[in-house]
Ligand binder design. Structure first.
Ligand code: ATP
Ligand code: MG
Length: 155
């Protein structure tokens, strides 16, 4: 199923509007409407929701979140950048494992079971996409998803 990815991202953002406002987060959206990907829209909404949930949850008040959907050549990318607390280097390689959370005491207060990123990874793999996480503690996190070219033979 071909999906207008910019619209999908905009719809998810709309659902998080209240939480974004509650934390007075400065949200910047840059959406290329021509970005079309192939896949399961419910699953892809779950991916964007889980990532945005993290970006909001692990950010302080007045933080900044930049989301951009870009089309470069025939690849579609989603980049989600926050100015939250970041993820220590030593945790990065395991961060997408099931039930893995940074510093249990830190996260007990913040809630969550540690499944969000594991689900994201599974869905992205199913879509033959790629996920990269860059993070600096105290500065923030950038997550970049890449989706390959549309296979027109499928339609
Ligand atoms: P769940 O998503 O299942 O409710 P969770 O948020 O703890 O729980 P994940 O989404 O898998 O689980 O994230 C794993 C851990 O990675 C989190 O506990 C948090 O410590 C860290 N993390 C994830 N995203 C971010 C982010 N944007 N900024 C800082 N830390 C993050
Ligand atoms: Mg999460």
């Amino acid at each position: 199923e071909p999906i207008a990815f910019a619209q999908l991202v905009a719809d998810v953002v709309e659902r998080f509007k209240l939480r974004i406002e509650e934390k007075n987060i400065d949200l910047n959206l840059h959406l290329n409407e021509e970005a079309i990907i192939e896949g399961d829209s419910d699953r892809l909404e779950q991916v964007v929701s889980n990532l945005l949930d993290n970006a909001i949850r692990y950010s302080e008040e007045n933080a900044k979140i930049n989301i951009s959907v870009d089309l470069s050549g025939d690849e579609v990318t989603l980049s989600l950048q926050d100015t939250g607390k970041g993820i220590p280097q030593k945790d990065l390689e395991n961060i997408m494992d099931r039930f893995y959370r940074v510093n249990k005491s830190r996260t007990r207060i913040e809630g969550g079971v540690g499944l969000g990123l594991a689900i994201v990874k599974q869905i992205i793999l199913k879509h033959e996409g790629d996920i990269r996480i860059h993070s600096t503690p105290g500065e923030g996190t950038v997550i970049v998803l890449t989706f390959g070219p549309l296979d027109l033979d499928k339609f």
